[in-house]
Design a protein around this ligand. Structure first.
Ligand code: ADP
Ligand code: MG
Length: 338
């Protein structure tokens, strides 16, 4: 036997899971992003024990055809890109084809899905192995249930923090996904308690009100700016409405919530000297650009991106926010629309 052996598919999936599936929130992120990519208008998330016992995501998206359903569990299998050219023009949240096989390899995984045009499918896997696969009747859409996450990777289970911390990570993530997609109705229920609900009527300010509260939303001003490459829109808080940390700044590029230090800095720069030291605004900025200008293939979780015209975008953000306060100075009036 040669010394160098190819890893079994199952082992390779578990290794990939180490990167993609860090904690319950990572599973929620991948499943909800798939539901968004499937064109859903309603996504329900049900959790038990902060997702460690159960994570269920129910969507009304396009579903998976019966003859495709097992392909979804193959590594690097995706319906979202095909060529290298596609990789530079990513319009979906997913494209790596890693999430389902990775999550399935570290849990008991149930998939029910239907395209609405033929009989649907039911698949049950344990530790990445298919245990059951049969036809199943279902309305158009997909239900995924991930039970007993990390049951077969005790080291990872140990690394998971308290249920409270894991739950707050999930709520934070869903808040940002909901603000990134105000046109989708999200509902999050944990152990029977509703934690989040958005209407999905497309209004970002209403989504913000649903998340940060109506009185906070009332103290946020609309931002809009545009140049040849970028379109910026969203809401920023009045300078007197601040927080002690940067985590209330949300930046969404082409529907994807991202973290970017330089763009955070540009938002803060837009406030000039209006913020007290150590205080940060609440801001939700949606930025639209040609996908060619943003490389999302930097990190497995795709939260870090590379921007090819970052200085130009920083300038646009800063000046758009400055313009809001300039207007506010001339016509001091808070937008009180809910
Ligand atoms: P990726 O999202 O990178 O393509 P995943 O492993 O997350 O990879 O999913 C594999 C494939 O399974 C997707 O490309 C998609 O075709 C299908 N899929 C997964 N979740 C859903 C869903 N909720 N609705 C419809 N199709 C889905
Ligand atoms: Mg995916």
């Amino acid at each position: 036997m040669s010394k160098i052996q190819e890893l079994s598919e199952q082992l390779a999936n578990q290794i990939a899971a180490g990167e993609v599936v860090e904690r319950p929130a990572s599973v929620v992120k991948e499943l909800v992003e798939n539901a968004i990519d499937a064109g859903s208008t309603q996504i329900d998330i049900n959790l038990e024990e902060a997702g460690l016992k159960k994570i269920q995501v129910i969507d009304n998206g396009e579903g998976i055809a019966a003859d495709d359903v097992l392909n979804a569990f193959k590594r690097h299998a995706t319906s979202k890109i095909l060529t290298q050219d596609d990789l530079f023009r990513i319009k979906t949240l997913g494209f790596r084809g890693e999430a389902l096989p990775s999550i399935a390899s570290v849990s008991r995984f149930t998939l029910e899905t239907s395209t609405g045009e033929e009989e649907g499918s039911y698949v049950y896997l344990e530790g990445g192995k298919v245990k059951e696969h049969k036809p199943h009747s279902l309305r158009k859409g997909t239900n995924i249930t991930v039970a007993d996450l990390f049951y077969n990777t005790p080291a990872r289970l140990k690394y998971v923090k308290t249920l409270q911390t894991e739950l707050s990570n999930i709520v934070d993530l869903l808040n940002r996904l909901a603000m990134s997609h105000p046109n989708i109705a999200f509902r999050l229920v944990h152990d029977g308690n509703q934690m989040l609900r958005t209407t999905g009527n497309g209004d970002l300010k209403q989504a913000i009100a649903g998340i940060y509260g109506v009185s906070t939303a009332k103290k946020m001003l609309a931002v809009a700016g545009e140049d040849l490459d970028f379109k910026v829109s969203g809401y920023v808080s009045l300078p007197e409405l601040t927080r002690a940390g940067r985590q209330y700044i949300s930046i969404i590029i082409n529907g994807r919530y991202i973290r970017n230090f330089a763009l955070n800095k540009a938002i803060i720069a837009g406030y000039g000297s209006k913020l007290m030291v150590g205080r940060y605004p609440i801001a939700v900025l949606q930025i639209e650009m040609d996908p060619l200008l943003v490389d999302v293939n930097v990190h497995p979780t795709k939260q870090e991106v590379r921007l090819s015209k970052e200085p130009e975008l920083m300038h646009l953000i800063e000046t758009s926010i400055k313009a809001v306060f300039e207007e506010q100075r001339l016509v001091p009036q808070v937008d009180t629309k809910d």
